[in-house]
Design a protein around this ligand. Structure first.
Ligand code: NAP
Length: 251
């Protein structure tokens, strides 16, 4: 149903979790995918080798810390030299961790803002000239329910994800009509990022508080991301799509 043959897609943080599921789904729909990662080379290689490879597809991998603007420049140099075009940027890479206000760790605050906010601006700016050349250029930014309801002891993360929604809405009108910009806001997802919260009876407790009574898989989130990037969503821009099992009814 979703046909993305010939499309080129950059997924940041594609080595694990939601990003890896996105890479697989985009490739299954026929797209060429750049699997970006920070350090998990073997995970990224596993994802790369698992991707469907329809005729004409040309998957790539790139290692780089998104807190480093030079790495972002190098990633887009690779896209320019190997693909020469880009149809979709999925700003997925992110970090999460406790940082209570009372003991605010300034270094961790700066890192959260660098990876979860600044890098999205820099990737967006670098991608824009390419996306404007696409027949259906789009950006999908990964936010979180933390943006919508806040998250105690994680306010730097929640604030960074609030910024993701604000930039999505701002860019959607700024970049129209050439480029659509949307966001997904996942709740709890079963990935490495949030594994510590599922220890002990955490998994059951969290699932019991979600109306659909389960924690999302990475694939549950990847589907809506691929949908937003596809022609099926061609009249959707500025949207924040909740993928949270009904736990936060915002938007
Ligand atoms: P994950 O399993 O921890 O994977 C994170 C990915 O981001 C990895 O590919 C990692 O690369 C990459 N990454 C982390 N820091 C980076 C940096 N400085 N530079 C470049 N890449 C970096 O996370 P996930 O759960 O799939 O989360 C994906 C997105 O969903 C994030 O934006 C997250 O905030 C959001 N989200 C997650 C949940 C959840 O419950 N898991 C809920 C709501 C929103 P390496 O593999 O090389 O380390």
């Amino acid at each position: 149903m979703i046909e993305l043959g010939g499309r080129k897609v950059l997924v940041t943080g594609g080595s694990r979790g939601i990003g890896a599921a996105c890479c697989r789904l985009f490739a299954a729909a026929g797209a060429s995918v750049l699997v970006h990662y920070r350090s998990a080379k073997s995970d990224a290689e596993r994802v790369l080798s698992s991707l469907a490879a329809p005729v004409g597809s040309a998957h790539l991998a790139f290692r780089g810390d998104l807190a480093d603007s030079t790495a972002i420049e190098e990633m887009f140099d690779l896209i320019q030299s190997r693909w020469g075009s880009l149809d979709c940027l999925v700003n997925n890479a992110g970090i999460w961790g406790p940082n209570p206000l009372r003991e605010l760790d300034e270094e961790a605050l700066a890192e959260t803002l660098a990876v979860n906010v600044r890098a999205l601006f820099l990737c967006g700016r670098a991608a824009l000239p390419l996306l404007e050349e696409s027949a259906d250029g789009s950006i999908v930014n990964v936010s979180s329910t933390a943006a919508q309801r806040g998250e105690a002891f994680h306010s730097p993360y929640a604030a960074s994800k609030g910024a993701v929604i604000a930039m999505t809405k701002s860019w959607s009108s700024e970049l129209a009509p050439r480029v659509r910009v949307n966001s997904v806001a996942p709740g709890w997802v079963d990935t490495d990022m949030s594994a510590s919260a599922y220890a002990g009876d955490g998994r059951e407790r969290i699932a019991s508080e979600i109306p659909l009574r389960r924690i999302a898989t990475a694939e549950d989130v990847a589907g809506p991301i691929v949908f937003l990037a596809s022609p099926l969503a061609r009249h959707i821009t500025g949207e924040v799509l909740n993928v949270n099992g009904g736990s936060v009814l915002a938007g």
